[in-house]
Design a binder for this molecule. Structure first.
Ligand code: C2E
Ligand code: CA
Ligand code: CA
Length: 415
């Protein structure tokens, strides 16, 4: 290692090194502990062949090198030599591994495979000679293939229309009145496996971006079904549709909402878009703008899972939100913990002062319903009232009982 190219004295850094022309950065056969990015200068990647050294690449500014051994078996297959005075930025194995661990398992596996192949070429090894992957690699490979199969199954699900919506009533707590509306909950009728919960597959739809087209379909279907449900009840109903993080970043969302409303004839004020607190907080400014655009269409907005994330009341007035949906984790606490009781009472009062509705989620029994009523919560949702059900079952319920809650109706688990 030599002096820096600049005449200015420079503080030594663990992450920056200088090499003089001709100096070795690493040797073939050495254990690999770092990768490098060239800041200035040039580096030759050199193989030692029986007929003499051979440069297989000469890399310049911003090129990454030395990463293959970190991904593969950990030993250098070639040497790296500074062709001229060179400065490199050092990437430690620890930070390299951390970045790799955070990557999508499928991409990680592809990366490993292509790196391994690159190394085989460098070393002139045949595929059969390759040491088979270590345990981590095998696990990665298995997860990668599972993930690929799952993504393919979801792609097929969309093309073969295996998705459907179930509807769960949102009922007023104060009196046994007809439902205010319904929440649309996505289901996958997976052949041979029955109904699959969105908790299992929405994250994969989200990761692949497929949530954008599936989400559009949900909006269209839910708006059309809101009209059918309203006709059965004899008055219009609200329809709540869940939005995922990716949809909130999609510039096509607002036109898609407008198109779903136009196609169904549903009044904008009857549609409610639900977004979770954590999604909102992760990209507040962008989400705020998008929500304001949706609000400008006349659509209403609900903050979902309130109480699971930041639960910061301070930003509530900055959002065009008209409904707070209290997460069901609050329910358990309200019955056992005095402080939680007062927190929920406070939230309920604040929401009402801000002109918002409160909806308690996941109400499973009469005792919970009574506590919520006492707290002044306006609306509730849960299997105690009406489990999520296909459109036909929701229509039968509305037809037979006018959607009025009866204690006898309280059977059933979600999904
Ligand atoms: P969420 O929006 O909080 O939906 C409420 C969840 O509570 C639903 O789970 C519902 O079936 C369940 N639930 C209803 N009543 C009860 C009850 O009495 N007790 C209990 N323990 N649970 C009850 P589900 O349908 O499995 O949905 C899970 C999550 O998946 C939803 O949570 C929502 O975040 C997401 N999701 C559902 N549909 C969609 C969709 O169309 N698009 C997107 N992006 N996400 C969706
Ligand atoms: Ca929801
Ligand atoms: Ca929720």
């Amino acid at each position: 290692m030599t002096v820096p190219p600049s005449s200015q004295p420079e503080k030594p850094s663990r992450y920056r090194r200088h090499y003089a022309a001709g100096e070795r950065i690493f040797e073939a056969g050495e254990p690999a502990t770092e990768a490098y990015i060239i800041e200035s200068g040039r580096v030759a990647i050199r193989l030692s062949l029986p007929e003499g050294p051979k440069d297989i690449a000469v890399l310049g500014r911003e090129a990454l090198f030395g990463e293959m051994a970190l991904l593969g078996d950990g030993f250098r297959a070639a040497s790296a030599v500074a062709v001229e005075d060179t400065t490199v930025q050092v990437i430690s194995k620890a930070s390299f591994d951390a970045a790799l661990a955070a990557a999508d398992p499928f991409l990680r596996h592809l990366l490993r495979l292509s790196m391994e192949r690159g190394q085989q070429l460098l070393r002139g090894r045949s595929r059969n000679e390759r040491l088979d992957a270590d345990l981590d690699d095998q696990r990665d490979r298995q997860r990668a293939w599972e993930r690929l199969r799952f993504d393919q199954a979801l792609e097929e699900a969309e093309h073969q229309q295996q998705f459907c919506l179930h509807y769960q009533a949102i009922v007023p707590l104060a009196e046994a009145d007809a439902p205010l509306g319904f929440e649309a909950l996505l289901r996958w009728e997976r052949p041979g496996q029955g109904l699959v919960s969105p908790a299992v597959f929405v994250p994969a739809l989200e990761a692949s971006g497929r949530i954008l087209s599936v989400g559009r379909w949900c909006l269209e279907r839910a708006c059309a079904d809101a009209i059918t449900l309203g006709n059965a009840l004899g008055r219009s109903v609200e329809m709540a549709v869940n939005l995922s993080p990716r949809q909130l970043e999609d510039p096509a969302l607002v036109p898609a909402v407008a198109a779903a409303l136009a196609a169904s004839g549903l009044a904008p004020a009857r549609l409610k878009l639900e977004i979770t607190e954590s999604v909102l907080m992760s990209n507040f400014e962008a989400a705020q703008q998008l929500l304001e655009d949706c609000r400008a269409l006349g659509v209403h907005l609900a903050l979902d899972d309130f109480g699971t994330g930041y639960s910061s009341l301070t930003y509530l007035h900055r959002l065009p939100v008209d409904t707070l949906k209290l997460d069901r984790s609050f329910l358990k606490q309200v019955q056992t913990d005095d402080r939680a009781y007062h927190v929920v009472a406070g939230i309920s009062r604040l929401a009402s002062d801000l002109g918002m509705r409160t909806v308690a989620e996941g109400v499973e029994n009469a005792a919970q319903a009574a506590s919520l009523r006492a707290l002044g919560i306006g609306y509730a949702q849960g299997c105690h009232f009406h489990p999520p059900a296909p459109l036909s079952a929701a229509l039968t319920w509305l037809g037979h009982e006018g959607g009025r809650f009866r204690a006898s109706h309280s059977a059933g688990k979600p999904l």
